[in-house]
Design a protein around this ligand. Sequence first.
Ligand code: GAR
Length: 631
Amino acid sequence: MKKIAVLISNIGTGTNLQAIIDGVKSGQITASIVAVISDTPDAKGLERAKKYKLPIEVVSKKENLLPLLKKLDPDYVCLAGWKQIILDSVIDAFPNRILNTHPGLIPDSMDGVVKNPDETEALWNKGKMTDKAVRNFLETKATYAGCTNHFLSLEFDFGPVLGRCFEKIKKGDTIESLYKRLKVKENKLYVDVLAKLVLSKTVMVIDGGGRGAALVDKYAQSKKVSRILVVPGNDLMQVNTKKPVITYQNLKTTSIPEILKICQKEKVDLVDVAQDNAVEAGLVDRLAEIGINVFGPTRKAGQIEWDKAWARKFMVKYQIPTPKFHAFNSTKEGIDFVKKYPDSKWFVKASGLAEGKGAIPASTINEAITAIEQMQKFGKSGETYLLEEWLIGEEFSAFALSDGKEFKMVGFAQDHKRVNDGDQGENTGGMGCVSNPLIIDKNIRKQTENIFIKVIDGLKEEGRPYKGVLYLGGIVVEGKVFIIEFNARWGDPEAEAVLPSIQNNLFDLANTINLGGLKKLKIRIDKKVRVVIAATAKGYPVDYKSVRGKKVLGIDKVKETGVKIYGSGIKKVDSGYTVNGGRVLYIVGEGKNVIEARERAYKAMRLISIEGNNLHYRTDIGWRDLERIKR
Ligand code: GAR
């Protein structure tokens, strides 16, 4: 059960405290009051606290509040007519956990305004307390009075708004008559807000890009989730939801001690570890050790991604179809080997993680030698590398959720890796994708399912059960699926297409999986086709330094169309957004088929621009499916 502390003083009569007590007694607020704190012993509310035998504390010096709150460790601190200044150190220690009720209408942003029900501008009443605020409503001849319940922030009389209420001002109203009516609404609002809040959950997403943005969007859709923390996140994470999204952009996904600390301080209810390097660093294991509920594979299970040489051996052992491969630990060994097969084409792959850049195609012996020499630049990740047979076929990816024993497939996608139309140019992190692609017929689906069975069973057998999202990268060669790679996470940009298709509440889904209940779970997937297009900085992936800091325009226009937009390499500045990475943002169009989904996505993309004509995107995302339809 959540714990709350209520802070009162002698400026009020304790009606909000009474409403909270009644709410707890009636069961509407499923929490316990661990203390009623007053700054003076003569506050009227203390009599109410005594009547209900609630623990009472008197704190006359503001410096003494933090040590007391730390000792009590409440989930929420409720200011109900508290008159002392709350020190910044207290707000820092309880971020988004201190509620206040303010007799005025606080806007969502510092320069925003709140409209009354009759469309007149509402009064903020910044800096005005109790009857002074009510007097202001009357003296300025406002049509409505009102109040706001909000989280405290370092800005005075401002912070994320949790709820507002309005009271029409009547002719002949006095401060007393108006305040009396306003209090009734204010009291009810406090109870409603608290009731919801104590049931609400905090989710943390570990990711910085479009995949993280898609996860934030999906978690925010859950009624149970009230706020989302993202490490590191980016400045566009907030775009699809009104719920607070707090980013920690000074951290890395592998900043384990800091992440553990935040989870404990912020009482995080679920962590979704979505990035490969965090899996390799053992973040899932470390969170689980301290009792934090975490969704994602352990380091050992994730070896299927972060150690490609190990993964290939595993695939052979469990008879999962793979291209022929050879592993090497020195440059010389690999070069000597390719020289023996001068006519072969290879994929030269770093065994460790390399931010999606570790696989180099080599169609001649010279290219193979150069690629082998390049393995050193991946540091430890390239110490072991693979030479893999270059298979010619069509690639796809498939995604399954697993609880370690069972798995369920949730979607397929087809990424477009090359930077330019016609699959020309450099390899990138992904320029766009389609989900579900038409290559997935019954036969491919069945083969994919069989591979998932083998990999999930195999990992269980090896004593490293896989919990989380498993990504299967496949290639179809003459109707047969071979594995290019497994990844221990959603793909990016595939997540931006597949996640929106899942109709279940993602928070519930992750928890059910964590509890091992996947077998009975019905996963609902909609029938829409989605096309994701990456908007990149011109020059990406080779050199786009000069585009960094340039303005990104049109985001609000896309928002108005209802087409989803997920940020990645983007930063907010006073005047709007600027470029902060190669893949800047993603647009997701949906429709009943690929033609409709593409049309929507490209129409929205045409609203985006980067200052100085510096936007680049592919214009042929989904070309394979378009050709298939034409056939
Ligand atoms: C409430 O009206 C509340 O809005 C105000 O103190 C009163 C406490 O009443 N708070 C502020 O002005 C804070 N800026 P209560 O003692 O009857 O609950």
